[in-house]
Design a protein around this ligand. Structure first.
Ligand SMILES: Cc1cc2nc3c(=O)[nH]c(=O)nc-3n(C[C@H](O)[C@H](O)[C@H](O)COP(=O)(O)OP(=O)(O)OC[C@H]3O[C@@H](n4cnc5c(N)ncnc54)[C@H](O)[C@@H]3O)c2cc1C
Length: 61
């Protein structure tokens, strides 16, 4: 199981980035899973989460 979009990193509306980040999550996840065979799916999901975590977190200031 994995998460994407607001379920993974909800953003306040005035940041105006939530939909864009959700689409980017989907693109990265789709690309990663397209080439993953079944035994590699858990590791692929871990790498997807690590890759997106650095860019999709909510920051202030
Ligand atoms: C007022 C406002 C303005 C915004 N402006 C912008 C903007 O300018 N630019 C921008 O990039 N982002 C903006 N956002 C953020 C953006 O709307 C969200 O980040 C984006 O929609 C998240 O997409 P999502 O697919 O993760 O979740 P959602 O779009 O919330 O989709 C989740 C879906 O799951 C459904 N669902 C929920 N529970 C269940 C269930 N139990 N079973 C089945 N279905 C279920 C819901 O009905 C919904 O259709 C704004 C948000 C708000 C509130």
């Amino acid at each position: 199981m994995t998460l994407l979009g607001d379920s993974a990193h909800a953003m306040v509306p005035f940041q105006a980035q939530g939909a864009a980040q959700a689409i980017r999550d989907a693109a990265v996840l789709g690309h990663a899973l397209a080439s993953a065979t079944w035994p590699k799916v858990p590791g692929t999901l871990d790498r997807y989460a690590s890759r997106r975590l650095s860019t999709a977190t909510c920051r202030r200031g």
